[in-house]
Design a protein around this ligand. Sequence first.
Ligand code: PLP
Length: 443
Amino acid sequence: MELASLPAVDALLRHADAAPLIEAHGRAPVTQSIRAVLQQLREQKTAGLGADQILSRVARHLEQRAQPTLRPVFNLTGTVLHTNLGRALLPEAAIEAMAAVARSAANLEYDLEGGRRGERDTHVERLVCELTGAEAAAVVNNNAAAVLLVLNSLAKGKEVPVSRGELIEIGGSFRLPDIMARSGCRLREVGTTNRTHLRDYEEAIGPKTGAVLKAHTSNYAIEGFTASVSEAELAKLCAARGVPLVVDVGSGALIDLAFPKVPTVGKTLKDGADLVTFSGDKLLGGPQAGIIAGRAALVAKIRRNPLKRALRVDKLTLAALAALLRLYADPDRAVQRIPTLRLLARPLDEIHEQSVRLAPLIRNRLKEKVEPVACESEVGSGAAPTARLPSYGLAIRPGSNRLAARLRALPVPVIGRLEDGALILDLRTLEDEATFVAQLERL
Ligand SMILES: *Cc1c(COP(=O)(O)O)cnc(C)c1O
């Protein structure tokens, strides 16, 4: 057959098989897909296809195009808060709160009592204060933005002493020295990589100091011959010298958790930090956000900074965050209601039973060896960099990149980790077992 014999676009659009496609996707996308498929056929020099065969290729092309690029996956990597996989899963209450304000106008910056302009941070400020003992709080886009904004507001053109042991880089380009440079302050390194003493800070603080910064070493631990200065000691020194102490705790815990053992934001404030910054989507278990909590006068100064406007969050984030914070008011049930905390607290025997239940189902689908195995989960996102949590998973052997790709090609892609020649699926984070099992038949 001649290549010229491929049907014309118009003829394909008029074909009976095109009607349901136009109904489902619209005329313009169908026309576009027909052109794309015809182009492919010309390039591959494929001829002799009937209109119905071409339109079934068009249907597949349209289906692929209609898939959103951002979609749900099963995070079975063993890292509960996986930055590349979107960190925290939101509690139902937060999802409902987001949907409600998404559909409707909302009093985002409107004071319903006074009938006048309001401040968007008020929707979470009172809750943050109640839960942490802070005098005031502000919310921005993420914790990197919080650190940037705090330093720019308090220490632009001034020096900020930081321990050399805390000059962190966090995955994806959060480098503390770079953020400090962008905020317009000058980093004054104190101490050494492994040891920093109070006298190092004492010598560094002077008339040029804008603030002292302490940063949680989120993704590493310095062990061996080490010394660092506690928040409480540093706070006393800062108070005596009249400079604010800012603590970037990274992952903000509001209640004492069985795992990981990290100080709460309230404890850090009680120890004397003037401002604490933390993420909304790490241990807190909410939407991406950066929260700044502490002294009212400092938060007021931060609110007056024009950068705050550039870094502000929208009504969806505030609705989700407020709903999440309300769950913390009832700490007994917070762990069950907040998915991040629930997954970290999941009983080991429950995960074990799940691995025994699922192993044969997967074995039947794959022609590989599938066995329950003991493994270790981690919190992720720098909450407790060295802490590991016993878990159970499925080990598929031999684990290969090809096998991993097959699992990623499922309707809800399954992401595990390759380790010692096996593909490990850590089941700690598998709650929607029904969907997981239902799609196995596609393997
Ligand atoms: C994660 C982290 C950040 C960055 O927070 P994002 O919310 O991801 O912007 C900053 N500082 C510390 C100590 C962290 O652990």
